[in-house]
Design a protein around this ligand. Structure first.
Ligand code: NAD
Ligand code: IPM
Ligand code: MN
Length: 354
């Protein structure tokens, strides 16, 4: 049966603009036997402002029944007094990641031929930049385990406690080792801040060492998060697979996007490797309120997220066709060109169609 139930959450700002292009390309790239049955869910700022609903339980239950989720971006206009920060980010995006157990947040970072990296030619000349960040997706400082006391007074205290369970850390480390083993270089770097965050750091370090013993063919390395910022800017070739916690992974992948050609190219998958719930694919970027409504957003990140979706559903050739089309499109771009969002989507879709 080639029918794929796809939940589409276009979201806010440029989310709907880039999602339309990702769907356009998915339709032409998917094998003829695959038929997408799309259900669109209008969740995000507009719905919240009109109804105070973020993600009703009944909607979550429906989304859960799909084979995969394609998401654009969530986040309303900045400083909207009717939309406090975090409402949508936590209540919609993180709730989906947590409830659907997306413990592997997969963020590939590759400088495609034709992409414009801000790195110097000297650094780029050292070799191909092609690594993948396995960001833990369900724990860390993102769980909402904290609180605020005496808010607004001089004695105010605010905490955000990072939650790291042996179960949660081990499973993401195992996934990262398995991924590293499938790649030619077979190298895995643990990224943390074990010199300061000694409690969580010790758990990550011990489990990393324990699992490493089962993968003698995988080369291991450790790097503090601050030093990773240096190496991404000076020696990104040293990385193959990175495994790290939720917050470090968030930060690392925006810089990774910046050095590999910009946030408009960075794709991600929120993966449930055990397939107990649908995985969710989305660009790394947000709703970009500063450029929303102008049709100038680059849809490539959303389109490449569609490729990750196809790969996850067992169609690696179709995924590769999208990646190849993107590489061709990047090579054809001229500096300063101003193609609209749909024009980029059309061009990539046309290349996929051949
Ligand atoms: P952002 O990623 O939306 O934008 C950062 C900068 O990158 C902006 O200048 C924007 O114009 C630019 N940019 C982003 N995507 C682009 C694209 N496809 N093409 C061209 N330029 C692009 O990050 P932000 O401004 O920090 O956040 C805006 C809102 O999005 C916030 O509400 C935030 O919480 C939310 N957010 C959501 C997600 C998500 O849904 N996964 C991710 C990040 C941020
Ligand atoms: C991302 C975003 C989200 C995150 C926010 C919007 C919750 O920045 O997908 O990278 O921090 O994970
Ligand atoms: Mn982010």
């Amino acid at each position: 049966d080639g029918s794929v139930a796809l939940a589409v959450v276009p979201g806010d700002g440029i989310g709907p603009e880039v999602t339309a292009e990702a769907l356009k390309v998915l339709e032409v790239a998917a094998p003829a036997s695959v038929k997408f049955e799309q259900t669109r869910y209008d969740l995000g700022a507009e719905r919240y402002l009109a109804t105070q609903e973020v993600l009703p339980d009944s909607v979550l239950a429906e989304i859960r029944q799909h084979d995969a989720i394609l998401l654009g971006a969530v986040g309303g206009k900045p400083n909207d007094p009717n939309l406090p920060p975090g409402i949508l980010e936590r209540g919609l995006l993180l709730r989906l990641r947590f409830e659907l157990d997306h413990y592997v947040n997969l963020r590939p970072s590759r400088i495609y031929p034709g992409a414009v990296s801000p790195l110097s030619t000297e650094i780029l000349g050292k070799g191909d930049v092609d690594f993948v960040v396995v960001r833990e997706g369900t724990e860390g400082p993102y769980t909402g385990n904290g609180g605020a006391l005496r808010t607004g007074t001089p004695a105010e205290v605010a905490t955000e406690v990072s939650v790291n369970t042996a179960y949660g850390v081990e499973r993401v480390i195992r996934d990262a080792f398995a991924r590293a083993q499938r790649r030619p270089r077979k190298k895995l770097t643990l990224v943390h801040k074990t010199n300061v965050l000694v409690n969580a750091g010790s758990l990550w370090w011990r489990l990393f060492e324990e699992v490493a013993a089962e993968y003698p063919d995988v080369t291991t390395d450790y790097c503090h998060i601050d030093a990773v910022m240096i190496f991404l800017a000076t020696d990104p070739q040293r990385f193959d697979v990175i495994v790290t916690d939720n917050l470090f992974g968030d930060i690392v992948t925006d810089l990774a996007a910046a050095i590999t050609g910009g946030i408009g190219l960075a794709a991600s998958g929120n993966v449930n490797p055990d397939r107990t719930a649908p995985s969710m694919f989305e660009p790394v970027h947000g709703s970009a309120p500063d450029i929303a409504g102008q049709l100038v957003a680059d849809p490539t990140a959303a389109i490449l997220s569609g490729a990750l979706l196809l790969d996850h559903l067992g169609h690696p050739e179709a995924a590769a066709r999208i990646e190849t089309a993107v590489i061709e499109d990047l090579a054809a771009r001229t500096p300063g060109e101003k193609r609209s969002t749909p024009a980029v989507g059309d061009a990539i879709a046309a290349r996929v169609a051949g």
